[in-house]
Design a protein around this ligand. Structure first.
Ligand code: ACO
Length: 365
């Protein structure tokens, strides 16, 4: 037996043409396009790019958007399930249940043809925002709001969440959040999804696997952790003490560090810019200032104690964006999943197209 690699660090587990990361230069591309450029596209176009492997022309985009918009609705049985399974505050638990129920109710559930899988993936991408917004409405004692087909993917989500059409900047912020959260190579949730896909299980089972893995605080759950941290720190002047306390107890500070990036995560830079613009629009830089002080203190302490920097990851400034969009911490991981579902289904298709069951070995000790 060879030596094992703890956490499978730097292990190349499979080939992909969906996403590439240059962790030293801080470059992230979906299908060969840098993430900075993807921000100029709509979420629908990025979702199409991920799933179909090409930038859609206008006719393809119009047809894809039309399908997504018409599939936004969820039926009353699912709403009843969400209303009944309304225990605790964590939205992801309800979302997972809703996706399980959607699988039961999908008339094509036992059809694993390419065509049926494509229809199911459109339903998943289209319905996630409605499911997440409905979870939130029930958890806050309000009735769900029906989707508005005239609004973009992101704007419609905020509308269903809050009952009012967002400002242009808010709509742009959530659209970009979905785009920047959509894909990230073999992150833990995508890897777990690909393992499920490799057993030839159905697409819902694979997406549910991804959801379960995303929940953990070292992965997608960190976004909620950052939001709670921002509340705990509360003022920029408390940030330094917070960081020093955490580090002296050898505890992690949520939203920092990354397995792959040795420089700043490009998504963190883009989210920081979005947070800045929301702070300006609202005339309130409070949360931005708290976050920036945490960032500077972490950088300084790592340089001083380890002789190397640490940078914010995708979850750090996205959490600040959620603060300004008034998205509660308990919803953060589910909103992340709403963007990520396009990446997940793309990986499902890629695994399915050239499958060999993923079955590594363990070193018996
Ligand atoms: N706070 C404090 N110290 C940290 C942090 C952090 N956020 N991240 C890494 N470190 C330190 C570790 O303590 C360790 O120090 P040591 O060498 O002195 O023991 C060193 O940096 C390496 O950290 P590891 O945890 O071994 O790095 P790994 O690659 O295994 O983990 C991870 C990466 C999980 C992202 C880690 O940085 C972390 O736990 N961050 C906080 C949680 C987080 O933000 N997760 C979201 C990641 S992005 C995403 O999944 C969507």
């Amino acid at each position: 037996m060879q030596d094992t690699k703890k956490g499978l660090e730097d292990v190349l587990a499979l080939d992909t043409s969906i996403c590439s990361i240059d962790g030293r230069q801080g470059i992230l591309k979906y299908r060969g396009i840098e993430v900075e450029q993807l921000g100029q596209m709509s979420y629908d176009a990025v979702s199409y790019l991920l799933i179909h492997g090409k930038v859609p022309d206008q006719r393809e985009l119009d047809s894809y958007s039309k399908k997504l918009r018409s599939e936004r609705y969820i039926n009353s049985d699912i709403l009843n399930v969400l209303n009944v399974c309304n225990y605790g505050s964590e939205a992801l638990d309800s979302l997972r249940t809703a996706v399980c129920c959607s699988a039961h109710m999908d008339t094509e559930k036992d059809d694993s043809s390419m065509e049926a899988n494509m229809s199911k993936s459109i339903r998943l991408v289209a319905k996630f925002p409605t499911l997440v917004a409905s979870v939130h409405r029930y958890k806050t004692g309000q009735l769900p709001i029906a989707p508005d087909e005239n609004l973009s993917h992101g704007a419609n989500f905020l509308y269903m969440l809050k009952g009012k059409v967002p400002t242009e900047l808010e709509a742009d912020a959530i659209e970009k959040d979905f785009i920047l959260s959509a894909e990230h190579e073999l992150n833990p949730s995508t890897f777990s999804l690909r393992i499920t896909a490799s057993t030839m299980a159905d697409i819902y089972s694979a997406v549910i696997t991804g959801l379960c893995t995303l929940k953990g605080p070292l992965h997608g759950g960190a976004r909620k952790g950052v939001m709670n941290m921002l509340d705990e720190v509360s003022h920029p002047e408390n940030a330094e003490k917070y960081v020093l306390d955490k580090l002296s107890h050898r505890q992690k500070v949520m939203g920092f560090g990354h397995r792959v990036y040795k420089t700043c995560d490009p998504r963190a830079k883009l989210f920081k810019d979005i947070a800045r613009r929301l702070a300006d629009e609202q005339g309130d830089s409070h949360w931005y200032d708290v976050a920036e002080t945490l960032e500077h203190t972490m950088y300084r302490e790592f340089m001083a104690t380890k002789g190397k920097p640490i940078f914010p990851n995708v979850d750090f400034y996205s959490a600040v964006v959620y603060k300004y969009l008034d998205i509660p911490p308990e919803l953060a991981t589910s909103v992340f999943a709403t963007g990520r579902v396009s990446g997940w289904v793309s990986h499902y298709f890629e695994q399915y197209a050239n499958n060999r069951v993923i079955r590594p070995r363990a070193n018996y000790i």
